[in-house]
Design a protein around this ligand. Structure first.
Ligand code: AMP
Length: 213
């Protein structure tokens, strides 16, 4: 099962993607996580990506596409995967379709986690991410057991630079301009499924499971 998660930054698609990956035993592939890991390791890719990410802009397609095409060709992705944060532009979606077509495959579902803008800014300021493992929390909705400390690895929790209010506003306008057209793209292909992302986390998950079966 090959699944794409769509939705504005902060819509909760990452949280849902992780739960889907666990339930269906498929890898969760997050381009944001891949970039953050590269930034942490100080790689060339990380250095390049950071300049865009800190401003809330998209990393150029040419830095993203090959990375994902290589990742989905790995052994653990044979039975499918859930892509979180990719594609984010029409050219990225077309590149993915082309790469899949070449091996006789296709995306099965594009799930749009729909949340209005006004909810997003409020949500994002409550987000916290682990500096060590990238685990994500929310001070109201998914609090860690101990404030400021990651449940999984004991790392410190921070408000990511790209979750700060000004950056969030920019990310939202980037989303509307560059990523939202994907909703029509996948709708035309007949694989778009929309879920109400304002509902409670487990309710959103339940509606996704209903779709995936
Ligand atoms: P995320 O964790 O998915 O919200 O991604 C964080 C940031 O990484 C984004 O704001 C972009 O700057 C960058 N990024 C992640 N995925 C992509 C992508 N598919 N295309 C371009 N930039 C991306």
């Amino acid at each position: 099962m090959k699944i794409i998660m769509l939705g504005a930054p902060g819509a909760g698609k990452g949280t849902q993607a992780k739960m889907i990956a666990e339930k269906y035993s498929i890898p969760h592939i997050s381009t944001g996580d891949i970039f953050r890991a590269n930034i942490k390791e100080g790689t060339e890719l990380g250095k390049k990506a950071k300049t865009y990410m800190d401003k809330g802009e998209l990393v150029p397609d040419e830095l993203v596409v090959d990375l994902v095409v290589d990742r989905v060709a790995k052994d653990d992705a044979k039975n499918g995967y859930v892509l979180d944060g990719f594609p984010r532009t029409i050219p990225q979606a077309e590149a993915l379709d082309k790469a899949l077509e070449a091996i006789g495959e296709k995306v099965d579902y594009a799930i749009d986690v729909d949340v209005p803008d006004e909810n997003i800014i409020k949500r994002m300021s409550g987000r916290r991410a682990c500096v060590e493992c990238g685990g994500t929390y929310h001070i109201e909705h998914i609090p860690p057991k101990k404030e400021g400390i990651c449940d999984k690895c004991g790392g410190g929790l921070i408000l990511r630079d790209d979750d700060k209010p000004d950056t969030v506003k920019n990310r939202l306008s980037v989303y509307h301009e560059q990523t939202q057209p994907l909703i029509e793209y996948y709708s035309k292909k007949g694989i778009l499924k929309t879920v109400d992302g304002t509902a409670e986390m487990m309710e959103v998950f339940a509606s996704i499971i209903k779709i995936l079966g």
